[in-house]
Design a protein around this ligand. Structure first.
Ligand SMILES: NC(=O)c1ccc[n+]([C@@H]2O[C@H](COP(=O)([O-])OP(=O)(O)OC[C@H]3O[C@@H](n4cnc5c(N)ncnc54)[C@H](O)[C@@H]3O)[C@@H](O)[C@H]2O)c1
Length: 330
């Protein structure tokens, strides 16, 4: 095997797509998927690759330093791609502890072990939310961080921790910051799968406030492509934005889903807005486009339709999803 890559959080939404992407792209790669299998971790997401000899699952928790060290002691790891995190803003508002534990302390444990093991690359997967709300214009990679909720603050903290290891110890850290992802296998607490789940049984889609919050949406497959360009060619100590520059409001998404699923607009239910809700995120993605020749390949119209059909056709997957979080019941 030419390279051994540790993927953390590989049983989750984006991590599972990334593992599949790596296995398809590189015949001579070995992958270690470290995942604690929290509520959103689902090994069923990787059912199609679980028997692949190049793929190994490690049930471990980043919050336990000994779990992390044990893997590095027993296995030579060349590169790390770090997805594992608590990632739902609403959950962070109702209880920030696991966000501080996993996103900050867990990242610290992983950095320490990776430093000792002298890894050749450490890709930290982050988010556009670290810049906070951006009413006009676009954030560039050195825009001041201004996270506004416990989730984004914990991600911003982990970004800074990663950069400090690059600066202090010369660790080969690269950071990606991506916009909102959609696609198959996403835990149904996020807007798109949550809405599809409700529409499947003719329940209303709860839309926060006026629904005018704007997000840039990228298909998870394109996020994985961008991440892999960063893993291979991203410069150490640098941050790269990944996005589709395709900004849509939450209300527009609800309308598109109703149209694709042939449901009436009366199923939109405006509910009380999220506390401190960021109005708009917008990333400038020129750097990755120019430096690493990244271009998104899936249009939102095409990707959203395919995504809806995927959820409609995968009852087997729904059966494996644990404790869906009922935002509208809060
Ligand atoms: N979903 C998005 O739109 C989006 C956008 C930009 C960036 N990101 C970032 O991408 C990453 C993955 O997001 P996702 O949407 O796939 O999340 P997810 O919730 O689907 O997956 C997270 C995974 O991490 C695992 N995990 C959580 N705590 C852990 C711990 N302490 N130890 C080991 N494993 C643990 C979970 O079991 C799960 O498999 C996160 O870092 C997130 O901040 C997500």
């Amino acid at each position: 095997m030419s390279k051994s890559i540790l993927v953390t959080g590989g049983a989750g939404f984006i991590g599972s797509h990334y593992i599949r992407y790596l296995l398809r792209q590189y015949p001579d790669i070995e992958i270690w998927n470290l995942d604690a299998l929290t509520y959103s971790g689902n090994l069923y997401n990787l059912k199609d690759v679980e028997k692949d000899e190049r793929y190994h699952f490690i049930h471990a928790n980043l919050c336990k330093q000994e779990d992390v060290s044990a893997l590095f002691e027993h296995q030579k790891i060349d590169e790390v791609v770090h997805f594992a995190a608590e990632s739902h803003v609403d959950r962070s508002i109702y209880g920030a502890t696991p966000f501080i534990e996993t996103n900050i302390k867990g990242t610290f444990h992983l950095l320490e072990a990776s430093l000792k093991a002298d890894v050749q690359k450490f890709v930290h997967v982050s988010t556009d939310e670290v810049y906070g709300s951006f009413p006009v214009g676009m954030a560039v990679e050195d825009t001041l961080l201004a996270p506004k909720n416990p989730y984004s603050a914990s991600k911003a903290s982990s970004d800074l921790l990663c950069l400090s290891y690059q600066h202090t110890y010369g660790m080969p850290v690269v950071i990606s910051r991506c916009t909102n992802n959609y696609g198959p296998n996403q835990y149904p607490e996020k807007l798109i799968p949550f809405s599809i789940k409700n529409l499947l049984c003719d329940k209303p889609i709860p839309i926060y406030g006026d629904g005018k919050q704007q997000r840039d949406w990228i298909h998870v497959y394109d996020h994985c492509r961008g991440l892999d360009l960063i893993r291979q060619g991203g410069r150490e100590g640098e941050i790269y934005h990944i996005g589709a520059e395709n900004t849509v409001t939450n209300f527009e998404i609800a309308l598109k889903l109703l149209e694709i699923m042939d449901k009436p607009n009366t199923l939109i239910d405006h509910v009380q807005d999220r506390l401190g809700h960021d109005v708009r995120y917008a990333l400038d993605t020129q750097k990755i486009r120019k430096e690493l020749q990244f271009q998104p390949s899936i249009s939102f119209a095409e990707g959203l339709k395919d995504t809806v059909y995927w959820y409609l056709e995968h009852e087997d997957w729904w059966d494996t999803v644990r404790n869906p979080y009922q935002v509208e019941e809060k």
